[in-house]
Design a protein around this ligand. Structure first.
Ligand SMILES: Nc1ncnc2c1ncn2[C@@H]1O[C@H](COP(=O)(O)OP(=O)(O)OP(=O)(O)O)[C@@H](O)[C@H]1O
Ligand SMILES: [Mg+2]
Length: 849
């Protein structure tokens, strides 16, 4: 034991775990208050605030909340972002001996997604509190996945003390953490814990081991308060990806008279009701501060009216000088692109998302917090993984594929290991994407207390007003003037609507449909915020049920300050939209909240239903998918299996899939995934429509529509015909999308050859017109001569050469590896690394090229 202690101390010293720098302020009435539920006087509490935090006085409703919980009442506290909610449980932790338990999303997100980052962040937070003289610490149910260095000293004790922690060994950082857990547990068991503020995850609370520990602390009269930070997760997000929050309801039954403090910045009345009921709060004191953030200037810019939104963003950031900023976007790839784009234009910036490896994320975060990096480009909060599959599928097939395997690879390291036996690629993709998006979900920057963020830009529309408020609220936590800038694009809006509408597909359960409807209604609020001409601030506040006067804003939003300009922009947007999306019923300026939920055909992604027979076997709609989603939440396998076992399991699943699939195909004459002629016809029609729109949009449009549509369709078919209709549709969709934005010269570049050939053919008499590829099109013509085979000829566009031979669009695709190949390539790679004694970690993101 003595040996253990000395090792602990040495290691703690080595990793620099800070001891408290400030002593706790001695309070004369502290002991007297120990058992009595007595309100601390305002003076005492202000003294604590000044001593530990150096602030002169409490803000807003802080004091009411603190006094309420100290007197034993439940309290529901609604405060704006940056309003100082943490103080409402930090001060009670100082006011009496005993423990304040804080259930926090920050930990939940980070620890379940990425243990090292979670720990790193929390270590920072806890260290900051320790420096203020607060005995704070944290515990989580995080599993340690890395198995580098054996940590034999603590193995046995850890497994005895926490039934949820699977320790397989550890690198140095983890070792230090493990020892810290050891000491916290010892402290909690001691009967006289020195810990005052204990941050935990809902996952940990749900474990019987920890609950029995809590019960012991409670029976000793040492549990003073349970604080649930970001309590809205119980309601609006809990069902989707934080079911563990639901388990918090057991707190009341196990610990009946410990006051509960629920804190949130985003709670609509229905959410508030849900939180109060779920936590079984009793007559809680409801404290509501205004959501108004007077120091934030709100502005919307319209992507469709900008020449170059990237450039606009970059110029805006530059014009602000060397300030700290956050840019949010929807997808990782966008994060990376945007970040490198901004860096190229001289802005100190980095991408931050779950696709980065631990080391990278930690270092980006550190650099941003310490101001080495000024701008952080992060993914927005998102709770749905399932529909992302379709969104991503519309991007390049190969990139998508590679990303997917990479995600599986990363998921084993980052997520909590919910792997299930699945039926093949579709399901595995869903699984991996689910994992990866679960990782990004919940705003990775949540809980980071960087006060001087001067501007928050949304480069893609957020999913709801609540998400927008949370994210934009990261600006100006120091109360100094700051900005929120949202770039609104019609395509972005459609993409988000699609994603949200697909979150409850027709084959899903009714609750999923319901949640999809709710999401779309919530999304409509943020669309109205962008498309409406009235005061932005008023709109935000009204969406949270606050009634405000028009004068409240005081020209601190673009709609109030530049009313005419905004009105003009909205008019222009209307026109652009009418031109660009002629065949798609536009929702611009349709403000009825039901419009989004009526299932209208909103974009190229989701009007697949109208295309011939639909896509029964689509990954999106497959029973497989639902099964995976269902299994994901109920999987018994959970994290108990090792990584290699999980990979082996996926490999087996793939083999089974192919076996079953072949049998299925033999038993069913037609392949459901095959692309039929009517489907191809319908795709050609869509491409024609898009080309016709181009005709209207562009003055110098000289493209022959029908032939070009056939050409493009043929291109899609050749590229993805064999992969099945899902990928074929995606390719058609992205081609349509490209057509709606392409410039004349881009169109000409891609289609000039075919149009040149059409023109050439027109100049010939019908008798002269050859049934062969035009020489200009075929760079290999000299080699192939007239050997152009009938097989390579498209039935729909007879004058087109095989795409593979066209130099202007070389679509030779790298081979797509099967999952087994992928795993084996990893193994080989690993062996090679061992052979050459390369211990340094190379790029985590595996490249298949
Ligand atoms: N009474 C106070 N006076 C001055 N500053 C304060 C006071 N209370 C809290 N703060 C500071 O305000 C900042 C925001 O506080 P905190 O992180 O608790 O906000 P929050 O309400 O939890 O925000 P979010 O919703 O973004 O998590 C912190 O830097 C905190 O130290
Ligand atoms: Mg907070």
């Amino acid at each position: 034991m003595a040996l253990h202690r000395s090792i602990c101390e040495t290691l703690l010293a080595k990793v620099g775990i800070e001891m408290q720098k400030k002593s706790t302020l001695p309070l004369s009435d502290a002991n007297a208050n120990r058992k009595r539920k007595e309100v601390c006087s305002k003076e005492t509490l202000v003294k604590l605030l000044r001593w530990h935090f150096g602030y002169p006085d409490f803000r807003g409703m802080q004091l009411d909340a603190i006094q309420s919980v100290l007197s034993g009442n439940d309290c529901f506290c609604l405060m704006p972002t940056g309003g100082g909610k943490s103080m409402c449980y930090q001060i009670p932790a100082l006011a009496k001996p005993g423990i304040v338990l804080v259930d926090t999303t920050v930990m939940s997100d980070f620890c379940s997604a990425d243990s090292l980052n979670g720990r790193h962040l929390l270590e920072n937070q806890v260290m900051a509190l320790k420096e203020k003289g607060i005995a704070a610490d944290f515990l989580s149910s995080t599993k340690t996945a890395d198995a580098k260095v054996k940590c034999s000293v603590t193995d046995t004790r850890i497994s005895i003390m926490t039934d949820s922690i699977t320790l397989k060994g550890s690198n140095f950082i983890i070792a230090s953490r493990v020892i810290a857990i050891f000491t916290i547990h010892e402290d909690l068991d001691s009967g006289k814990p020195s810990t005052r503020l204990l941050y935990v995850t809902p996952e940990l609370i749900a474990t019987p081991g920890f609950m029995s520990k809590l019960t012991k602390i409670y029976t000793r009269g040492l549990l003073n308060l349970i604080a649930i930070d970001e309590a809205h997760c119980i309601s609006s997000w809990g069902h989707d990806f934080r079911p563990s929050y639901r388990k918090l309801s057991s707190l009341r039954s196990h610990l009946p008279d410990v006051p509960i403090l629920a804190l949130t910045a985003t709670a609509a009345p229905k959410v508030q009701k849900d939180v109060v009921e779920s936590l079984r709060m009793q007559n809680p004191l409801i404290l509501k501060s205004s959501f108004n953030r007077p120091n934030i200037y709100y502005e919307v810019r319209y992507k469709d009216l900008l020449d170059d939104a990237f450039a606009d963003l970059s110029n805006t950031l530059k014009s602000l000088g060397d300030v700290c900023a956050i840019v949010y976007c929807l997808e990782r790839s966008m994060c990376d692109d945007l970040s490198s784009n901004l860096s190229q234009s001289g802005i100190s910036c980095a991408a931050y998302h779950a696709g980065l490896n631990n080391k990278m994320r930690t270092s980006v975060l550190d650099d941003w917090i310490s101001s080495k990096i000024k701008v952080i480009v992060a993914t927005v909060a998102f709770g749905y993984a399932f529909p992302f599959l379709l969104a991503i599928r519309s991007t390049d097939y190969n990139d998508f594929w590679h990303d997917t395997w990479c995600d599986i690879y990363q998921a084993k390291m980052l997520c909590d290991g919910t792997f299930v036996e699945t039926k093949g690629h579709g399901a595995m993709m869903l699984l991996s994407l689910w994992s990866s998006f679960r990782m990004v979900s919940g705003d990775l920057l949540l809980g980071i207390d960087r006060k001087d963020v001067r501007i928050v830009c949304h480069f893609n529309i957020p999913k709801s007003m609540e998400a927008f408020y949370q994210e934009s609220g990261r600006a100006g936590r120091d109360q100094l003037p700051s900005r929120s800038l949202l770039y609104y694009g019609i395509d972005d809006r459609k993409r988000m609507e699609f994603i949200l509408s697909k979150s409850g597909s027709k084959k899903s359960s009714s609750s999923q449909e319901e949640s999809s409807k709710i999401s779309l209604i919530a999304f409509n609020q943020i669309v109205e915020y962008c498309e409406g001409s009235g005061c932005r601030r008023k709109r935000i506040l009204e969406s949270f049920g606050e009634e405000v006067t028009a004068s409240l804003c005081g020209k601190t939003c673009d709609a109030c300050r530049h009313a005419n300009l905004v009105a003009r922009c909205l008019e222009d947007l209307k026109t652009v939209c009418a031109l660009r999306h002629k065949n798609v019923s536009s929702r611009v300026f349709i403000t009825s909240s039901t419009a989004a939920t009526t299932g209208e055909q909103l974009s190229e992604f989701w009007n697949r239903g109208e295309e011939a027979s639909g896509s029964e076997e689509d990954i999106s709609d497959s029973e497989d998918g639902n099964e995976v989603i269902n299994n994901l939440t109920s999987s018994k396998l959970q994290s108990r299996l090792g990584v290699n076992e999980k990979l082996a399991m996926l490999q087996r699943a793939e083999e089974n899939f192919y076996r079953n699939n072949n049998t299925y195909k033999q038993n069913n004459k037609g392949d459901k995934n095959a692309i039929s002629d009517p489907m191809r016809g319908s795709s050609r029609q869509r491409l024609q429509n898009a080309l016709k729109q181009g005709h209207q949009r562009l003055d110098d449009f000289k493209i022959e529509v029908d032939t070009s549509a056939s050409f493009l369709e043929d291109e899609c078919y050749k590229k993805y015909g064999k992969a099945g209709k899902s990928f074929y549709y995606s390719q058609v969709a992205s081609t349509v999308r490209w057509l709606t934005t392409a410039t004349s010269s881009e169109l000409m570049n891609r289609l000039c050859a075919i149009n040149a050939s059409a023109e050439a053919e027109q100049s010939l008499t019908p008798a002269e017109q050859p049934f062969k590829p035009p020489p200009t099109l075929d760079p290999c013509a000299e080699d192939t001569g007239n050997e152009y085979s009938d097989n390579a000829r498209s039935e729909t566009s007879p004058c087109i050469v095989p795409m593979e031979s066209c130099s202007f669009n070389n679509t030779n695709l790298p081979q797509i590896p099967s999952f087994s190949e992928f795993v084996n390539s990893r193994k080989t790679k690993g062996e090679q690394l061992n052979d050459t004694k390369k211990h340094s970690r190379t790029e985590k993101r595996m490249r298949m090229h």
